[in-house]
Ligand binder design. Structure first.
Ligand code: UT7
Length: 363
């Protein structure tokens, strides 16, 4: 019987044009560029404009990945979108993305697993391909977090950003794809990272609005403590499961929440810095989008080659964690006008208007 493996044949990412610097934020809340850089490694982030929503980012990144792979939208069997910031609570954003991309023959599913969503999605997609259920899957990690940030809360508003990254996976009989994985959850720490409403526990109400419960809240220290342990231990376990060591892995792509968390894990596991992808300075924490954006940038830069082994690891709301080792098959060659050149957006002027409000945010 033919075995099916997942080959990563296309990738792409998109970040909104509006760039918000640390200095921009220091005009709104009591913070400084020095504090944000020193505590998180973040220098700037990209925020959507008022008329942009998560599906728009997904469609842009998804189109780039499909172009890169040379795959027609009609040939996609399943669209998977990992996000915690959908356009609407219902319908699922994955269906808007499926329609917007013209994936007329695809099923569509949204995975809500916070910052670990992309790794959960990659493992899910790989399983569907291994069973022979699907030939071609488009997986996207995307977030618009800026619209759920309390711009009066300096402990959260300086850390997050918006963006999307996508990959196309295709069935092949050549061994590649997910080699080992671990999906974890500790729901006892749910309140460490939470947007309490709207939802069935706290539906929209005047009380919820008055108490700003619709914004993201985080116990940063608790998440930090959890993250440092979850990252190192789960990465070690997936390497052990595959009987591989650090030297056997070509590139480590961790969740980009805080440079200090990544550096801690790299030090603990003795990862060579050149093998660790870090772009948190440019985008901040884009939750489910950080790993696919970092992956897409790394592949654009030729940091991993066909046949290489990638390690991905994430942590976040839930609290959850997820890690996997992924073997690249033969990578698709970029067609000349694939969209890869459009990925880097020119940095526009500050988006703070003269009321001191960042464009696109409910102040
Ligand atoms: O994707 C998963 C989501 N989240 C994360 O991964 C976040 C994990 N946590 C972290 O990255 C870090 O805990 C933070 C970056 C959030 C905070 O860094 P920290 O070194 O843990 O700082 P802290 O929370 O211990 O705060 C130190 C001080 C406090 O003042 P006091 O109590 O020492 O007087 C804060 O009030 O820094 C203050 N502070 C700020 N000062 C300037 C908190 N936020 C800011 C700010 N600017 N933006």
């Amino acid at each position: 019987m033919t075995r099916h493996y997942s080959s990563l044949v296309g990738w792409g990412h998109y970040a909104p044009e509006n760039v918000v610097t640390n200095d921009d934020l220091s005009e709104i809340v009591d913070t400084t560029d020095e504090w944000i850089r020193a505590r998180s490694g973040i220098e700037r982030r990209h925020f959507v404009s008022p008329d942009q929503a998560t599906s728009d980012l997904c469609i842009e990144a998804g189109r780039r990945a499909l172009d890169r792979a040379g795959v027609a939208p009609e040939d996609v069997g399943l669209v998977l979108v990992a996000t915690s910031s959908p356009d609407y609570l219902t319908p699922p954003v994955s269906s808007q993305v499926q329609h917007g991309l013209g994936c007329a023959n695809a099923g569509a599913m949204t995975l809500v697993v916070g910052c670990t969503g992309f790794v959960y999605g990659l493992v899910t997609a790989d399983q569907f391909i291994q069973t022979g259920a699907y030939e071609t899957i488009l997986l996207i990690g995307a977030e618009v977090i800026s619209k759920n940030l309390d711009m009066t809360d300096r402990t959260t508003c300086v850390l997050f950003g918006d963006g999307a990254g996508a990959v196309v996976l295709q069935a092949t009989d050549r061994p590649c794809g997910v080699r080992s994985f671990e999906l974890g959850s500790d729901g006892s720490q749910a309140e460490a990272l939470i947007a309490p409403s709207p939802g069935t526990r706290n539906p929209v109400s005047q009380y919820a609005i008055d108490h700003r419960t619709h914004y993201l809240r985080m116990d940063g220290r608790a998440v930090f403590k959890f993250a440092t342990r979850a990252m190192t231990e789960s990465l070690q376990r997936v390497m052990d499961k595959a009987a591989l060591g650090v030297d056997d892995v070509d590139l480590f792509i961790p969740h980009q929440a805080n440079a200090r968390i990544i550096e801690y894990a790299a030090e603990q596991l003795q990862l060579p810095p050149e093998k660790v992808v870090m772009n948190v300075a440019e985008y901040g924490n884009t939750s489910a989008a950080t790993i696919p954006i970092a992956l897409s940038e790394a592949l654009d830069a030729g940091r991993a080659e066909a046949g290489g082994t990638l390690a991905m690891v994430g942590f976040g709301a839930g609290l959850t964690w997820a890690a996997c080792l992924f073997d690249l098959g033969p990578l698709a060659l970029a067609p000349p006008d694939s969209g890869a050149d459009r990925d880097r957006q020119p940095a526009p002027e500050s988006v703070i208007d003269d009321r001191g409000v960042v464009e696109g945010l409910i102040a």
